[in-house]
Design a binder for this molecule. Sequence first.
Ligand code: SF4
Length: 229
Amino acid sequence: MRIAGFVKTALSEWEGKNACMILLPGCNFRCPYCNRSLIDSDASADHAEAVDYIKTHRDFVDAVVVSGGEPTVHPELYALLKDLKSLNLKIKIDTNGSMPDVLDDIVGAMLVDKVCINVMAPLDDASYTAAAGVVVDAGAVRRSIDIVSRSGVACEFRTTAVPGIIGSDAMNRISESLPAGGSLIIQQFDPSAARDAEMRKTVPYPTQALVRMAESSKRHVRNVRIRGA
Ligand code: SF4
């Protein structure tokens, strides 16, 4: 399978793990604040090269994060995860949650140990479509959240606090719809590499605003953290 990038040391991607990261190209969303140039990338390497690296550094590497772009749009994802699992690694996948059937398959086959769902907006079609830049069936994301929450696999949810898109009211509605025992990361918006030119001019919320969002979210979700502020 062609991949867009391989990060040999990605320690901050999975707390407590010596993780590598495999980045897959392409995404079915077009979030205006996206700073992942990979969504328009041509895949440049073969995943076998990443697997070879992991094999030869197995003493150090104990986990792999598969991210993107959006990993679940790739039919070859299942085979990639099987290859990685055969190395007895812990695997985390990052997803926008739009492909619940794919998630159901890989979680059901125990090919992942952790799932991070990026929740882009309150879980109704209009909010989601505005945030993702394409028409989105928010019911698909709700189903993904349900599948992962019931699976017994570790899961966390992540939402970027983007001025003009996700404010305190939207963050509150998002946290209300997550499992009460779950984990939510409120991520600071980084305008520097946003796809949309207007977004690159948008000033991020001050840290204190994110702290208030986190405090409010804690009424609905047990474990809330802030990242990047
Ligand atoms: S933020 Fe995530 S879901 Fe949105 S376009 Fe970028 S990679 Fe896709």
